[in-house]
Design a protein around this ligand. Sequence first.
Ligand SMILES: [Zn+2]
Length: 336
Amino acid sequence: MPATENPILPWHESSWLRVVEWSRLDRLPHALLLSAVRGSGKRDFAERLATWLLCSNPGDVACGECKHCRLRAAGAHPDIQVCTPADSRVIKVDQVRALTEFLVQSPQVAARKIAIVDTADQLNMNAANALLKTLEEPATDVNLLLLQHAGQRILPTLRSRCQVLSLPTPPIDTARDWLLSRLEGEEGRDPELLDHALALAGGAPLAAQALIHDGHLAAAEQCLSALRQYLKGQVVLSDAVAPFLKEGLASTLVFMGRWAQDLARLGAGGHGEDHQAHDMLSYLAQHNHPAEVHHLYARIQEARAGMTYNLNPELEIGQLLMAWRKLMPRKQARAS
Ligand SMILES: [Zn+2]
């Protein structure tokens, strides 16, 4: 598919131009760490950059017509490899070893080889150390593109050997417009639903699109309802955990992170973004000191940072729900 048919994500344009400029000045780092909010399109950026670097006739974007661009469009270019977690939540050392072996061979058809690691915060300790060796002895014809979910931990020695490029999250209007263009002719164009998806996705458009497409929006409502009932003492903890567990720990932390942010905003006299949670969060904001709210938010951030290595999502979700419950005024918590 020619690059023009699939334009660069609008909020990535300035970052893209910066990378193109680095390359023209021959200053493109051997290892680039692309850090961005989950679901804001960093993989799209990396794939596009890989195609551009392989293209034999690149302008500001890949030409879309040369042999390399055609191979890329067919998903058959032999000089690029992508490393993602296989059948678990972490990238294992064997995967990195295979990647390293690929990188030490000469390119087959292009002038260079490219490796994408999606994501570097999912490398287990052995895998991260194995990758470190590759970064310490860089081959000149190799480009490594490491991705990182913003806020997730990454081995500091790994990070220090990369140039970090933080990709932005778009302003709400840009995100809404992009989402509208993507959902053309579909049911999901209802503005309220769209804003709800964006609010839950932390403003990340691709994550919002996935929420709408994969039916997660309804699941998010079930999660909110479970939290509401648990706070009122209408359901037991295990029943409240169930819908969150079904969505997974990552989504749970996204949902709860958004609600906690809204709670902080409401506590400071501002407005929340998730209107469906408004009544519950306003109530909690009225009955809690900002320090309590901050404590909950920090707890969610902590869970997020350790998520990759968390072996018991059920326990974690239960503990998070209990942290929410602590915000209920004592009398109400007992009354129902
Ligand atoms: Zn090309």
